[in-house]
Design a protein around this ligand. Sequence first.
Ligand code: SF4
Ligand code: SF4
Ligand code: SF4
Length: 298
Amino acid sequence: MAPSGYVMNLQPFSVNDGDGIRTTVFLAGCPLHCAWCANPEGCNQTRKVGWHIRKCIGCGECAKVCPQGIGIDLNAEREKCIACGKCVEVCPQKARVLMVQKMDADEVLKQVQTHRLFYSYSGGGITFSGGEACLQPEFLNYLTEQIYDMGYSMDIETCGVFDFEAVRPSLSRMDLIFMDLKHMDSAAHKRWTGAGNERILENMAKLAELPAEVVVRIPCIGGVNADEDNIRRSAAFVHRTLPKARMELLPYHEFGKIKYEALGIPYEHPEFLRPSKEEMEHLRGIVREEGVEVADFR
Ligand code: SF4
Ligand code: SF4
Ligand code: SF4
């Protein structure tokens, strides 16, 4: 029987998560808790319903079907919500949405196959992301085995905190592995993400055993990690442990803000700064100085 797993979203026509046109499969649950996380719905593996206030027209259809007696303002009574999804089915504006759901692996496979023509024309495929895609090893291994047999390209984005042996079969089937490196200083990594970086550095070194191309990604956040010293140390580590790997530096963004709003969670981080274009180019120059090629999928 096919396993089931917690899925945030299947996003077709993705062009920033690998080569060509891809479907990105966002799997829920993450061992880190980054202060700047753009996917707060994926922090754990529970069904979640969101409410996009800006789309809501106040028609009241959601309140009529809610078994918990919750009114239009979901955020005011969120603790009563059992994420049954009834309001999602009747909302005419798609203002109520399932942000995490449990899905059968075969249903995921069916959905990703609907865009197979785009994969073959564009050299694209499927990218696994999250949350942390490696946190559901049985689900991931089943999906990657089936997709590998179908012949589609597969990439994965990971935060680096996972049981390597549990997902080795999946990682071995990947064409490209994006692994994050958020800070070279373990204490700073723990301060901003809730965990030190030891496991990430260990897993990153093990990627050398796999056939996949590797891109080490740094989300560059002013006030956290977007400084010369951190970038130089990160690039030197990558050059030393994975000489063929490339690095991609991505400037901090606030695209996740809308999701915090939909989940009724406050998002206020004035201390995080988006580096300017010039600052990003300067940091990329440091990566090159350390002998690492810079990648750009954005
Ligand atoms: S059904 Fe949708 S649009 Fe209507 S009140 Fe509820 S959330 Fe708003
Ligand atoms: S998901 Fe279910 S319990 Fe939650 S608000 Fe919608 S109808 Fe009510
Ligand atoms: S690793 Fe990614 S998904 Fe997990 S908390 Fe950090 S930013 Fe969010």
